[in-house]
Design a protein around this ligand. Structure first.
Ligand code: ASP
Ligand code: MG
Length: 467
């Protein structure tokens, strides 16, 4: 059994959905379970409509108009993929869904209240509308398929907007509902993104959550693999917009993928694959435009590869903040004070470095957040600045973090040496460095204007030269 996940852009139109059915049916003999997102852009539209409705009775005609065009879009897609009795049946389902959506939006307008629970109720319709259309498209090709709402499968907590599945109960429900279908040769088309509480209240697992859903279903069903269909030959060795000669990576461990994803690769959110990781189900990234290509297989165990470094990435538009003071050495709680302050203004810290002299702490944050970070640090460190424990808070922007990733670096001496000699040879100035003790990646900060040159020369040194 293969769990196959299709995202919104693969389902943007009836024509794209017909193509999705080709991809599903190519693997018919491997018992596909299909997991779908909403049609492209629909979740955003639904949330926009719910927010609009919040403005009250006076906007109801405009809400009606927006719902009308979404309704139209789904009917058009349906007409492009199916006709006859199947189309009639699904048309009725779509019509009913829009009756319900109108009622919910009227409720929001009259009450003037939009709770996270209502947002979940509204945004879940994107997937609930897409699944029957995809199932109809498969049926139109002469194969049996049935849409299944994950409200029946995934039992979650009531943390609306970011609900967490309760695994044992979800496992029982999912297997009881889907395994008999699969045994009968019926392809289940399951909604991603959504679940329900014990009381049957609809929940969602977080924006772009369909990958996560697919990974969970793969785990619950003990699938052979989970496939995420995208528009590239898997995870690439660098961003093709930045580096010439990028290569798809055939094999990657989950841990390597996580390093890559954290450092700006857009293909996959690392948290999404955790359920599959834990169940030992490999997760494959495949290209819908090149379905014969094996893509990237993410597995639990790192493979032995001649490439110590597999990939190079950069995150741009960042700021380096250095809290400096000879008086900080040996002061307990200095780091806690710095990071506590930054957390208070809700800023994500992307990299940290502190030398053993303890006389400075460097952190890297998004450049856009720099003003509030500077203010909050000066406030929180006022006393230390007064006492000259801290001499100053220096900033440097725009900078970029360049990261090289590969499990082969662990225990291989000389990689850092090669990396930094290569930077030196290319005239690139390193501003700060960090390496985790897992040795899976080395990150360093450069001025943003040197980041492209840094990524390209590291890629040339470690990835291209070996192929
Ligand atoms: N449709 C949902 C969203 O747009 C889930 C997904 O696309 O994965 O957030
Ligand atoms: Mg989406």
């Amino acid at each position: 059994m293969i769990v196959m996940k299709f995202g919104g852009s693969s389902l943007a139109t009836g024509e794209r959905i017909r193509y999705v059915t080709d991809l599903v049916l190519r693997s018919h003999s491997r018992a596909p379970v299909v997991v779908v997102s909403a049609m492209g852009g629909v979740t955003d539209s639904l949330i926009g409509i719910a927010r609009l409705a919040l403005q009250g009775r006076k906007v109801l005609s405009s809400v009606e108009e927006h719902l009308g065009s979404l309704h139209e879009r789904h009917l058009t897609a349906l007409a492009e993929v199916a006709d006859g009795a199947v189309a009639l049946r699904v048309r009725e389902e779509i019509d009913n869904a829009f009756v319900e959506l109108r009622e919910i939006c009227t409720g929001i307008a009259l009450l003037g209240e939009l709770s996270p629970r209502s947002i979940d109720a509204v945004s879940a319709y994107g997937e609930k509308l897409a699944a029957p259309i995809v199932a109809a498209a498969i049926e139109a090709r002469g194969h049996r398929a049935t849409p299944v709402s994950a409200e029946e499968l995934l039992l979650t907590d009531a943390n609306h907007g970011r609900a967490r599945p309760l695994i044992p109960a979800s496992r029982v429900r999912t297997r009881e509902r889907l395994l008999p279908l699969i045994e009968d040769g019926i392809i289940p088309v399951v909604t991603g993104f959504i679940g329900a509480t014990e009381d049957g209240i609809t929940t969602t697992v977080g924006r772009n959550g369909s990958d996560y859903s697919a990974s969970i279903f793969g785990a619950l069903l003990g699938a052979e693999e989970v496939w995420k269909w995208t528009d590239a030959d898997g995870i690439l060795s660098a961003d093709p917009r930045e580096v010439p000669g990028v290569q798809p990576l055939p094999l990657l461990s989950y841990a390597e993928a996580a390093e890559l994803a954290y450092f700006g690769s857009r293909v996959l959110h690392p948290a999404a694959i955790v359920p599959a990781v834990e169940a030992g189900v490999p997760f494959r990234i495949v290209n819908s435009f090149n379905p014969d290509h094996p893509g990237t297989l993410l597995t639990r165990d790192p493979e032995t590869s001649p490439h110590a470094v597999k990939a190079v990435t950069a995150i741009h538009d960042l700021a380096l903040v250095t809290v400096q003071g000879v008086g900080m050495a040996g002061v307990i709680g200095a780091a806690a004070r710095v990071f506590g302050a930054v957390a208070q203004v809700n800023v994500n810290v992307l990299m940290i470095s502190q030398a053993s002299s303890e006389s400075n702490i460097c952190l890297v944050v998004p450049a856009a957040d720099l003003p509030k970070v500077e203010i909050v640090l000066r406030q929180h460190l006022a006393e230390q600045l007064n006492r000259h424990e801290v001499d100053h808070v220096a900033t440097r922007t725009p900078v970029a973090i360049v990261t090289v990733v590969g499990s082969g670096m662990a225990g291989t001496p000389g990689i850092a040496g090669r990396l930094f000699s290569c930077m030196g040879a290319n005239g690139i100035n390193i501003v700060a460095i960090a390496q985790g003790s897992t040795e899976l990646s080395i990150s360093f900060v450069v001025d943003d204007e040197q980041s492209l040159a840094a990524v390209r020369s590291a890629h040339r040194e470690f990835v291209e030269d070996l192929s």
